[in-house]
Design a protein. Structure first.
Length: 624
């Protein structure tokens, strides 16, 4: 077995696709890990904005999280209906395009692509934050750890959907189990202590209060930061096709389980933070710990359960980026099918997944992590805008979808009401998030979305132009068919150029061998061999004679005189094709290319760039 097969798995035949479909158990870690792990940073992101209130800020976190949960439930019911209406995969791009038009579809596509890239970056950076909270000595190596985890995720995902789900099941359920244990034990201790539990181990005190009360603007900023907990909810609707039959039912079951667990984790975390009097810490201060680290320390102390929990949080958060790896390739494939992205994203790799989407996501995520040095709080302001914009367009599209249904479709009015409420609620939230986070970095996302749309439109125009030029409905045109003018660049007479000349003589009766002679270099050129090695054998067999064209190069240039001669020859022979035969040495090992000049490759590139329809380039390889 080759190293490639060991690392990435053996290639899968197309007929094996059914075996790669997943069930509910695997669907939770693959499509739900991003949403579930937001419980580890969503409440903290909201509380970080309340730090100026000191300990008073803990009293506001429950109302803020409760508002987010109401919004989450609305979005949940909306996406259940989306799955029902689009059992073949009804992501925001598909729904918006079919019901609101291509403009809305491109807006959803750009928003989702940015959201998935940030999902991967935030998940990985939050996982590393959990690690550095438990082991502060690793904090200087945050970026390196982020890139290392990104590389591991890429390799795992390139093995295919089924292997990915299998690899992530244990970390996912360990994360859920430890957090649920934390919440259950924490709630029990709170009630046992009459609502005023004491931490098992001392925790850092909250920063002194610098703001007397919570203003509307501060409340909106805290709410918008906490909305990061809702990202990833749309993942199941995008990946319906990954499930086994009945697809829609399994996808709905998976989404329901994810949302129920997420509600418990979000509310439970906020509830414990309030009753234990734990406030988020400033990530830039020395000895920073995440909110979860403080909660586990307060409820259990720094024993084995603390390190088990923080280890599961690290694994789950780092692996939560897998939601993006699962959905981003499917999203860009859907966009590429409509000619808005390069067609390479449509191709399936050796493991029946869209590998080029994985490569693109890995590259962009690495760039984001490097630019923001892997710090979660620097990424959060860019986050959530894309997700909520996609939510809004998807739900608005679903309203139009139900409106288009003929007759009295069962539950049609109810479906329109639910999706309408979802569109309004997420639309308002999008505006709040954009306004409150604009100066903190959301302007970057707001700028990238129109840039992406313009790029996709440019790609579409390119493909439309190709289709228009390539369209041919008429029978083959047999007018003006004649042999081409054959041009063979020849530096010396050897076995490679002999092969090229033999082929050229078969192609045409008019062959021009072009030799560039460097003036003053002492090179005898081809003239001293031309008669004996070429012309004499041809005359003996009464064959057509090629013409030797020697061009003197005063400045030792090779490619420029060749290009000028070929272009001039094409201009002097209007209506006739010019076939340029390029003798090329093909070495056994890739590294041996460095031992030979690459003039043939450069000439080929120049001919393709500067040539036209009447210039044809033919490779004549000689395998070493």
């Amino acid at each position: 077995m080759s190293i490639q097969d060991r690392v990435f798995g053996k290639p899968l035949a197309t007929s094996e696709e059914r075996a790669e479909h997943i069930g509910v158990a695997a669907g939770i870690p693959i499509f739900g890990l991003d949403a579930l792990t937001s419980a580890a940073y969503g409440p903290e992101a909201a509380m970080a904005l309340l730090i100026p209130l000191g300990l008073l800020g803990t009293t506001y976190i429950l109302p803020i999280i409760s508002t987010i949960l109401v919004l989450l439930v609305i979005v949940f019911f909306s996406y259940r209906q989306t799955i029902q209406a689009y059992p073949s995969g009804g992501g925001s791009y598909t729904v918006a395009t079919e019901n609101l038009g291509h403009g809305a579809g491109l807006l959803a596509a750009a928003a989702l692509m940015i959201d998935y890239i940030l999902t991967a970056a935030v998940g990985i950076s939050a996982g590393v934050t959990a690690l550095t909270s438990a082991v502060p000595g690793l904090q200087p190596h945050t970026l390196l750890l982020c890139l290392f985890i990104l590389a591991i995720l890429t390799v795992i995902n390139l093995r295919g959907v089924k292997d990915t789900g299998t690899a992530f099941i244990i970390p996912t359920f360990l994360f859920i189990g430890t957090l649920l244990t934390l919440i259950v034990v924490g709630v029990y201790k709170t009630y046992a202590a009459g609502g005023h539990p004491l931490p098992v181990s001392p925790i850092p005190p909250a920063l002194p209060q610098t703001v007397k009360y919570l203003g509307y603007w501060l409340m909106l900023k805290a709410f918008s930061s906490g909305c990061a907990a809702m990202t990833g909810v749309e993942a199941v609707s995008n990946g319906v096709m990954a499930f086994g039959e009945p697809r829609a039912k399994r996808a709905q079951q998976t989404l329901t389980i994810i949302i129920v667990i997420l509600i418990v984790l979000l509310y439970g975390t906020a509830w414990l933070a309030k009753h234990y009097g734990i406030m988020a810490m400033n990530p830039d201060e020395t000895g920073y710990q995440s909110l979860l680290s403080l909660l586990v320390t307060a409820v259990f102390g720094r024993g084995w359960f603390y390190y088990t929990t923080m280890g599961s949080v690290l694994l789950a958060l780092a692996l939560s980026a897998n939601t993006a790896f699962a959905d981003f390739p499917r999203l860009v494939r859907a966009i590429a099918i409509q000619d808005y992205l390069p067609h390479v994203f449509i191709l399936r790799g050796r493991r029946l997944l869209f590998s080029h989407g994985v490569y693109a996501l890995t590259t962009f995520t690495a760039i984001i992590l490097i630019l923001f040095k892997g710090v979660t709080d620097r990424l959060i302001p860019l986050y959530a805008i894309g997700a909520f914009l996609a939510f809004t367009l998807s739900q608005a599209g679903m309203v139009i979808h139900w409106k288009k249904q003929e007759g009295d479709h069962k539950g049609r009015g109810w479906h329109m009401f639910v999706n309408g409420i979802g569109a309004v609620a997420t639309g308002i939230t999008t505006c709040i998030v954009l306004a409150s986070k604009f100066m903190s970095g959301a302007w970057v996302t707001a700028l990238l979305i129109p840039i992406l749309i313009l790029l996709m439109l440019a790609v579409k125009r390119h493909y439309n132009r190709i289709k228009a030029e390539m369209a041919e409905c008429a029978p083959i045109n047999l007018d003006n068919l004649e042999q081409p003018l054959v041009v063979i660049p020849m530096a010396r007479w050897d076995r490679i150029t002999e092969k090229a000349l033999r082929f050229g003589l078969l192609m045409s009766k008019e062959v021009k061998v072009v030799h560039i002679h460097a003036e003053g270099e002492g090179d005898p050129g081809l003239e001293h061999q031309w008669d004996d090695m070429i012309m004499a054998p041809l005359r003996a067999h009464h064959m057509q004679e090629p013409e030797l064209v020697t061009i003197t190069s005063s400045y030792r240039f090779i490619l420029q005189p060749l290009m000028e001669y070929i272009l001039e020859l094409e201009e002097q022979n209007p209506g006739r094709k010019v076939a340029v035969l390029l003798p090329e040495l093909v070495v056994r090992h890739w590294w041996e290319n460095a031992l030979h000049n690459q003039r043939v490759q450069l000439l080929k590139l120049l001919l393709l760039v500067r040539g036209n329809q009447r210039i044809v380039v033919v490779n004549i390889p000689w395998y070493l």
